[in-house]
Write a protein that binds this ligand. Structure first.
Ligand SMILES: CC(C)(COP(=O)(O)OP(=O)(O)OC[C@H]1O[C@@H](n2cnc3c(N)ncnc32)[C@H](O)[C@@H]1OP(=O)(O)O)[C@@H](O)C(=O)NCCC(=O)NCCS
Length: 223
């Protein structure tokens, strides 16, 4: 079977120089800290973030719900898994309409949806829409040399371009910093311009080029 090669970059950030401060999340969104009970929600967010992307060809398990679940299980069982650098993003459509219209909007010092400490909830809103949508995920591990590594970082297509990826990344990097980790890296496919732009804007720099071999039989058409 033939092989094809995907060009990828290793990018790194020095947290001593770039600690991100994210503002409040848009209304209806909240960041959920890691808990073993969130594993399926992470897998769901991962699948919907990656299934139509190039990376689902580079890593075929990303294009399969079961593959995403197994990957989450594997990551969460790694020796260096960092719960504090692992975050889920959830969206509650009804939270947008729950606010009484007669009340004034909150001021800038009053976050509309603060970072949560609880687990995500499931259910169905009365209009048939899901009560909760899992729309973003990021996971962190620490390698044997004490350097942090971001695993899979994704926001589902309908929720992109609102600063949510930046917020997820900021929450994860803060978690690495709290664990005393100074350097964090990730790998990104060279054609993934949106992600590379985001990483560069946040302070990541390219440190190495890698070629990832993929069996041609594992490739599928995008979309
Ligand atoms: C990469 C990815 C996570 C970015 O998520 P995102 O939520 O769109 O990220 P952000 O909204 O924070 O940033 C995207 C752009 O929106 C802009 N933006 C930020 N806040 C915004 C706001 N409130 N309103 C409008 N645009 C905004 C940002 O400036 C950014 O612009 P840039 O492209 O010039 O950097 C998302 O594209 C994705 O999941 N891709 C598929 C999976 C993937 O490839 N993951 C990376 C693997 S290495």
């Amino acid at each position: 079977m033939g092989l094809t090669y995907f060009k990828r970059f290793r990018m790194e950030i020095d947290l001593a120089q770039h600690l991100l401060r994210a503002g409040p999340l848009p209304l209806g969104y909240r960041l959920v800290p890691w808990h073993a009970a969130t594993i399926e929600a992470h897998a769901e967010a991962k699948y919907h973030s990656f299934r139509h992307e190039l990376d689902a060809n580079v890593f075929p398990c990303l294009g399969d719900p079961e593959g995403c679940y197994r990957l989450m299980l594997e990551i969460s069982r790694k020796e260096g898994f960092l719960p504090g650098a692992t975050w889920l993003l959830e969206y509650r459509p009804q939270a947008r309409s729950a606010r009484p219209t007669s009340h004034p909007p909150p001021g800038p010092s009053e976050p509309e949806m603060p970072v949560a400490s609880g687990m995500p909830a499931r259910g169905c809103a009365t209009n048939g829409q899901p009560a909760v949508e899992y729309c973003g995920t990021i996971q962190g591990i620490c390698d044997r040399s004490g350097v942090g590594a971001i695993q899979n970082f994704g926001v589902t297509p309908e929720h992109r371009g609102r600063g949510l990826g930046t917020q997820l990344m900021a929450a994860s990097l803060a978690g690495f910093a709290r664990s005393g980790i100074r350097r964090v890296y990730l790998e990104v496919t060279a054609q993934n311009e949106a992600a590379i732009r985001l990483y560069t804007r946040l302070g990541f720099v390219k440190v190495r080029t890698i070629y990832k071999a993929v069996e041609l039989g594992a490739l599928s058409l995008f979309g």
